[in-house]
Design a protein around this ligand. Structure first.
Ligand SMILES: Nc1ncnc2c1ncn2[C@@H]1O[C@H](COP(=O)(O)OP(=O)(O)OP(=O)(O)O)[C@@H](O)[C@H]1O
Length: 488
């Protein structure tokens, strides 16, 4: 069997030799070129599993080679070597189709990881063209459904960008499928057999963030009874999804930027850094560019995360997809329940869904169908079963809720007066009284507020989250933390 062949393009003899030796030690065949012209000659003559090029060459820029190799359609991963700290070059190369980049001075452990990853891209099963309109690849179907032209284009984009290491920023309203898209990117990538880790940046207490992201050493702080890995280590070799990334506090943004630039992290309490090989996908329903303008999000981190943008359209802009989504969701719900055959919608019910605005997008459609199924007779869902008229509470009905997290406001307990029947007696403290345990007291208040919001929305978590001004996932996290269940 022949070894995979790598083309190294660099005019610095010293660095070229170092790269050659490292690659040969990895059992690879290496050709070396010292100019663009020579690289082009090699590329015309041989098939390569990876091209590794410097940015500055005597007869032009490495980026030209990136564009040529990408345009050739030969599916050869090409990585660039950029000058230290030149984020611009790295981002430009990734946008032009480069598979990945290495910064000078080249760290050999990073080089090895990158080469291993590139060789997985080159495997035939992973690079086969998507069949019929891009939804299926290597028998691996994308889970992001939709027949509309926008969704077909989106899936084709996912197939393309799954091959590279470029950070992807996914935007879209809540429930529009951002996490599903991230999972599809991972599942189609050469990292599919490694972990996919999704982190809700808005749900981690600020004081724990560094430890959660980078891990900690035993004894680093009170309660650190043993060494623990962070999200970066957990996602090593795979994909890390930073969900609700706009919620990251500024000090953590600095640490994250550093981890991305250096591709190394240091556990809290550790002296040594460790190399991590993680592909980053970020998501938010907020406008990150506006967050940058208002100073809430660092421009340099934005630039690093936003290399490729993936926009998920709201469901109301692709109502053509409803038929397929309804069929799939009902099929799934019936396989969980006791229904023998999947339920069906009457024509009128389907038409009603097609005129609905879906503020909670596909997640709301799932909720509507789940609820409708409980009301449907003999598995036939009528318009009335959908309950579409209840689109939320009118502003006058909105309860006056204290700001969660604002301790002063919460402890003055305005909700006692608003809804005395719901608030537990233990929370109705007089102004001079103090709770015996502040955290328990605040948890009780939060639990009650969430229960009220759930009761008012008939346990529709999407609407309850809207009512409380938090994301669905933040609500779900808080419900888990406070042990709130549907039957409560
Ligand atoms: N195009 C789609 N095809 C099939 N299912 C979808 C699609 N889009 C979303 N869903 C489903 O809708 C639900 C919400 O999707 P997901 O969690 O990916 O949304 P999100 O945009 O990440 O939401 P949030 O911003 O609230 O975290 C999931 O159950 C997901 O499987």
């Amino acid at each position: 069997m022949t070894s995979p062949r790598i083309l190294v393009v660099d005019d610095e003899a010293h660095l070229r030799e170092l790269l050659e030796i490292t690659l040969i030690k990895m059992g690879l065949d290496v050709d070396s070129a010292d100019s663009l012209a020579s690289a082009r000659t090699y590329l015309a003559q041989n098939a390569y599993a990876l091209v590794l090029t410097d940015m500055r060459l005597p007869d032009g820029l490495g980026i030209e080679l990136v564009r040529e190799v990408t345009a050739s359609g030969k599916n050869i991963p090409i990585a660039v070597i950029t000058a230290y700290g030149s984020a611009d070059n790295a981002v430009v190369a990734l946008k032009a189709g480069a598979f990945d980049y290495l910064s000078k001075p080249v760290a050999l452990d990073q080089l090895r990881l990158m080469v291993q990853s590139a060789l997985r891209v080159g495997k035939p099963a992973d690079t086969s063209a998507p069949q019929s309109g891009s939804a299926v690849r290597s028998g691996n179907a994308l889970r992001l459904l939709g027949q509309s032209a926008t969704m077909q284009e989106l899936r084709a984009q996912i197939v393309r960008l799954a091959r590279s290491m470029a950070p992807v920023a996914i935007t879209g309203e809540s429930g529009s499928g951002k996490e599903l898209a991230a999972r599809d990117i991972h599942a189609l990538s050469p990292r599919a057999d490694k972990p996919f880790v999704a982190v809700n940046c808005g749900a981690i207490p600020e004081a724990l963030m560094e430890a959660e992201f980078f891990g900690y050493r035993k004894g680093a702080f009170t309660g650190a009874a043993e060494d623990r890995e962070g999200f970066f280590q957990a996602a090593n070799g795979g994909t890390l999804m930073l969900d609700e990334v706009a919620d990251l506090p500024l000090p953590m943004q600095v640490k994250l930027l550093r981890a991305i630039q250096e591709r190394r992290v240091r556990k809290v309490g550790a002296t040594m850094e460790e190399v991590v090989d993680v592909r980053l996908v970020s998501a938010t329903h907020q406008n990150l560019a506006e967050c940058v303008e208002s100073g809430r999000f660092r421009q340099d981190l934005y630039y690093r995360l936003n290399v490729i943008e993936l926009k998920l359209p709201p469901l109301r802009e692709r109502l053509d997809d409803i038929g397929q989504l309804v069929e799939t969701i009902l099929g799934r719900l019936s396989s969980f329940g006791s229904h023998a055959a999947p339920a069906v919608l009457t024509q009128a019910a389907l038409a009603a869904l097609r005129t609905y605005s879906f503020p909670g997008n596909v997640r709301e459609l799932e909720n509507i169908l789940e609820r409708a199924l409980a009301f449907a007779n003999d598995g036939v869902i009528e318009v009335a079963d959908l309950g579409l008229k209840v689109t939320g509470l009118s502003p006058v009905e909105k309860p006056i809720l204290p700001e969660l997290g604002d301790e002063i406001q919460v402890s003055t307990v305005p909700i006692v007066a608003a809804t005395p029947g719901v608030v537990g007696a233990e929370m109705a403290l007089s102004a001079s009284e103090l709770p015996s345990s502040l955290p328990t007291h605040l948890d009780d208040i939060e639990r009650n507020i969430i229960r009220q919001a759930l009761a008012r929305t008939h346990f529709n978590r999407t609407k309850a989250a809207d009512l409380l001004g938090i994301s669905f996932r933040q609500l779900r996290y808080r419900m888990q933390r406070l042990s709130i269940h549907e039957q409560d």
